[in-house]
Design a protein around this ligand. Structure first.
Ligand code: ARG
Length: 460
């Protein structure tokens, strides 16, 4: 029988079963928190020294030992011994090897429960900043392409049916709006989570005269968390991160879907460069948008990660339960996935070729300027909109019967449909005239798009 754990085995006669050790260990995952764990320990022991709880010589020895551990892990990685369970006990055991019994003073007025909550908050706060940097790069790419195509005409769709012409710049700016909201969600999450649980101890606080404000400040938190029970049992910060990640992934997936559809031959709106395409092992002509497809697929994993942690948390009574050890895998996996997806999408956006001719031709199809004809009748001839709608419907029917676009009908044919349609109507029947006219705030006119780009750059 294995011997009991040196860090908690005082009351145990025998050690855990092999499978118990295996199910209990989290070192394979939480070693990723080593820098946060060392930072938390430094802040904690420094505070214990300042409060006179641990004497200066021991504080110095502990800090020096932690520095040695940092150098070792940076050089060789974190050793994975499942008998030591997790990153906290791995560090503490190594510290004892390095400096002897003084290492045992580090855990005064602290528990692994507040320790892991602190480490993980620090990590997730850093993850929010990393994603923000990625999203900024994506926005920069979207804005550059939107500017380039502020006046490029494409069909706007509803129900995936050609509806009205829009500009490609305007379409890309819709994604700028989504990604800007994503950034604000991560920023909001980072602000809300910026409270320090350290010093909540196991669940009830501690009788030692600790200074939680000092440790919070040392770790860059705005303040200590207010309630010790909540401090060790709250994982809202991880769920906030995952919900922002799920939403960002959802937006990336919609853009990926458009790229996939636009790159298909019947559309031909975009061409992916070689760097972002893959071939087929059997069909030599194929250029597949695999990266976009995988961004679309991986958004499923991002949505799943939120569910996974929400379901772990939803039945837990206060305060800490070991279930919460399983909070890290979905967050780490989601962060890696989202990081990859954001970079891939940025690369695709930067390097796509937009086929303006195909887009314009598609925009002119499907009677996309019918609304412009109806609006013209309202504006120029004072026709009530519902009646203008009916007149225009008859014009579309006539054009369809002749197999021409609306501007393919002759002046006489138009006048025969309704005498109030004069040749002046031709000014609004082109797709260019249609988009140029849509200058209402938030509308698709090229001038609006340029103004929107300038405003978005301001926020960036
Ligand atoms: N590895 C644990 C986790 O991630 C650390 C906290 C353990 N606390 C305890 N009371 N067993 O949740």
């Amino acid at each position: 029988m294995a011997s009991s754990n040196p860090l908690w085995g005082g009351r145990f006669g025998a050690g855990p079963a092999a499978v118990m050790r295996e199910i209990n260990a989290s070192i394979g995952t939480d070693k990723r928190l080593w820098q946060q764990d060392l930072a938390g320990s430094r802040a904690h022991v420094t505070m214990l020294g300042a409060q006179g709880i641990v004497e200066a010589g021991d504080v110095a020895a502990i800090l020096a030992g932690l520095d040695t551990i940092a150098a070792e892990y940076a050089q060789d990685g974190v050793p994975e011994d499942i008998a030591l369970e997790d990153i906290h006990m791995t560090v503490e055991t190594r510290l004892a090897e390095l400096i002897g019994p003084a290492a045992g003073r580090l855990h005064t007025a602290r528990s692994r429960n507040d320790q892991v909550a602190t480490d993980f908050r620090l990590w997730v706060r850093g993850a929010c900043a990393e994603i923000d940097a990625g999203l900024k790069a994506l926005l920069t790419a979207l804005l550059a392409r939107a500017e380039e195509h502020a006046a490029t005409i494409m069909p706007g769709f509803t129900h995936l049916q050609v509806a009205q012409p829009v500009t490609l710049g305007h379409h890309l700016m819709a994604y700028v709006a989504m990604v800007t909201r994503d950034r604000s969600r991560f920023a909001d999450a980072a602000t809300r989570m910026n409270e320090c649980p350290l010093g909540a101890a196991a669940l009830a606080g501690t009788g030692f005269a600790i200074d939680r404000h000092a440790t919070a400040a040392a770790l860059g938190f705005a303040r200590p968390t207010a309630n010790s029970l909540d401090s060790v049992s709250d994982r809202d910060f991880a769920l906030d991160y995952l919900s922002a990640a799920a939403m960002a992934g959802l937006h990336l997936s919609r853009l990926a879907e458009e790229i996939i559809v636009w790159a298909s031959q019947p559309y031909g709106f975009v061409t992916l460069p070689d760097a972002w395409s893959t071939g087929s092992s059997i069909m030599p002509q194929k250029r597949n948008p695999d990266a976009a497809e995988l961004v679309r697929a991986k958004s499923g994993a991002l949505l799943g990660a939120f569910q996974q942690l929400a379901i772990i948390m939803k039945g837990l009574p206060l305060a800490y339960s070991k279930d919460m050890q399983d909070d890290k895998p979905p967050v780490f996996a989601a962060h890696d996935t989202l990081t990859l997806c954001v970079v891939a999408m940025t690369g695709m956006v930067e390097s796509l070729t937009f086929n303006a001719d195909r887009m314009r031709a598609a925009a002119a199809s499907g009677y996309s300027t019918a609304t412009d004809l109806a609006d013209w009748l309202v504006r120029e001839a004072g026709v009530p909109f519902r009646q203008a709608h009916d007149i225009t419907g008859r014009a579309v029917k006539a054009a369809e019967a002749r197999g021409v676009m609306l501007d393919g009908l002759s002046d006489a044919e138009l006048a025969a449909i309704d005498a109030r349609i004069t040749p002046a109507v031709r000014d609004v029947l082109s797709v260019e005239a249609s988009v140029a006219s849509r200058t209402s705030f938030g509308g698709t006119a090229p001038a609006n798009v340029r103004a929107a780009i300038a405003a978005a750059r301001e926020i960036l």
